[in-house]
Design a protein around this ligand. Structure first.
Ligand code: DC
Length: 228
């Protein structure tokens, strides 16, 4: 059982995917974290962001552990070092988007991503989950929101952490990242032909989660909802 959740950054995929995984008691694949890890490891090892061979080796040999505590909070350990916070920064998101254009990196991460599939099911959050990594998934979601709304959400998220940022800078970053993710030749960000497109601009997280759970139920994908 696999549900894919693809879409541009800031549409709410991360939160929605986590809520779906908890509601169904399924595993969660945050594929963006793998790309972020390769970007971060490259930076740490001084490997250039266009060195496809070097980056592919990093992707193949990525020494990473995802450790969940009792509250399901996941710590990401890269080569023995906790990088959970650094991984979520805009800077590392930008590195990830740059190395994600490279075919060798994507191929190296493909096997690793597919290995996450296990019973009772997997929720996959990314850009090409429904188009490339799990093309046979029985439910594919393409989650979007306007760039203005995504920038506003990001600003609120940063402000809640006490980080100063400007709305116009965040919107520019979002548009730049969208363009790179959508226009690359390998596995560009686009809805799978059979994806259900959900625009979250005017919807709450709970409304999006409920809508997806209702669709999963309609398609006979779930036995029970643990909690929402
Ligand atoms: O979802 P995220 O912001 O953590 O992803 C960071 C970058 O990684 C994103 O801009 C593009 C890349 N990425 C990708 O190319 N394919 C995926 N399945 C997930 C992320």
């Amino acid at each position: 059982m696999i549900i894919t959740v693809d879409g541009p950054g800031g549409a709410g995929k991360g939160t929605v995917s986590l809520r779906l995984a908890r509601a169904l008691g399924w595993y969660l694949l945050d594929s963006g974290a793998l790309y972020r890890l390769v970007g971060l490891a490259a930076e740490q090892q001084n490997v250039a962001l266009d060195d496809e061979a070097g980056l592919s080796v990093i992707a193949e040999q990525l020494d990473v552990q995802f450790l969940a505590d009792q509250n399901d909070l996941v710590s990401v350990i890269l080569a023995g070092q906790d990088v959970s916070h650094e991984l979520r920064t805009e800077r590392v998101g930008g590195l990830a988007s740059k190395i994600a254009v490279l075919n060798g990196v994507r191929t190296a991460l493909l096997v690793r991503q597919r290995a996450f599939a296990q019973p009772p099911g997997l929720i996959c959050d990314g850009r090409d989950m429904g188009t490339v990594v799990f093309p046979a998934a029985p439910l594919k979601i393409y989650l979007t929101a306007s760039a203005d709304e995504r920038a506003k959400r990001r600003l609120e998220q940063l402000q809640s952490k006490g980080v100063a940022a400007k709305l116009c800078d965040l919107k520019n970053d979002i548009l730049e990242r969208d363009a790179r993710d959508m226009n690359r030749t390998t596995a560009p960000l686009k809805p799978a032909e059979d994806a259900l497109q959900v625009d979250s601009t005017a919807l709450s997280i709970t409304e999006v989660v409920d809508l997806i759970l209702a669709e999963a139920k309609r398609r006979g994908l779930m036995h029970e909802i643990l909690y929402v």
